[in-house]
Ligand binder design. Structure first.
Ligand code: ADP
Ligand code: MG
Length: 253
């Protein structure tokens, strides 16, 4: 299997603070990588670098074999235009902790907006796909609802459907259930599980250890901007090699 996401020796600082320190990670196509680590360890920054919401200071990131944010010119890298970055982002779905639905648009309008504007699809095609995706996330009957009429868990499932409406090659999730009431978490995780089963390449920051154990092919543990441990769930969760990993796991289990 080729790597769908290839992160090579990425470093990133904010001011004098090194937030990512020589991070390398390969996520094979069709696999799920769960990123664990304490608050401030650089998990969100790493995800944001993958779709160039943050630029890297050193190293490279490739998605589907294409260098993200830059163009190679011999051994030099030149930053891509905003337009070229937008084209790359369209292939990379992202779901945030706070769902960020457009509040003044109905559910179906949220789902067709980017396909109409960015992909210039016909309305009929965009609506047909949106209805299929609403069924996939269990909300087929909410097409005409406003985001504020939905629970947090329903809004997050709509946010996932909205990301999928662009038919991305990979999906990035940044603590998608952290802002939800506990009783709403399960439905969102269920949608993510079935997405994983369908073969989507996923990079997921979460503290949901049960989800990680069941769904992850690979777990990486980050601490202070570095990946200090990685492997299958059985190794990282049950036989961590690093004291910091076990200390972290004891706080979330
Ligand atoms: P995590 O998601 O693991 O909690 P983050 O990637 O959000 O960690 O943050 C890592 C570190 O980088 C933290 O110390 C945070 O304060 C800092 N940081 C994140 N984004 C910025 C930014 N835009 N400007 C300055 N510092 C930032
Ligand atoms: Mg974060």
């Amino acid at each position: 299997m080729s790597a769908a996401i290839e992160i090579s020796r990425v470093s990133k600082s904010f001011g004098f603070s090194r937030v990512l320190d020589d991070v390398s990670l390969a996520i094979p196509a069709g696999s799920v990588c769960v990123v664990l680590g304490p608050s401030g360890s650089g998990k969100s920054t790493l995800l944001r670098c993958v779709n160039h919401l943050e630029s890297v200071d050193a190293g490279t990131i490739e998605v589907g074999g294409e260098l993200i944010g830059y163009r190679r010119d011999g051994d030099r890298l030149h930053e891509l235009s905003a337009r070229a970055v937008a084209r790359q982002r369209a292939r990379i779905g992202m779901v945030f902790q706070h769902f960020n639905l457009f509040p003044h648009r109905t559910v179906i309008e949220n789902l067709i907006e980017a396909p109409l504007l960015v992909r210039r699809e016909s309305k009929a095609v965009a609506i047909a796909r949106a209805q299929r995706l609403l069924a996939q996330v269990g909300l087929a009957d909410r097409a005409a609802a406003w985001p504020r009429e939905l629970s947090g868990g329903q809004q997050q499932r709509i946010a996932i459907a909205r990301a999928l409406a662009m038919e991305p090659e990979v999906m990035l999730f940044d603590e998608p259930t952290s802002a939800l009431d506990p009783e709403l978490v399960g439905d969102v995780l269920q949608v993510m599980k079935s997405l994983a089963r369908s073969g989507m390449t996923m990079m997921v920051v979460t503290h949901e250890i049960g989800f990680a154990r069941e769904v992850a092919d690979q777990i990486v543990f980050m601490d202070q901007g570095r990946i200090i441990e990685s492997g299958p769930p059985s190794q990282v969760l049950d036989a961590p090699r690093h004291g910091r990993t076990s200390a972290f796991l004891s706080t979330v289990l």
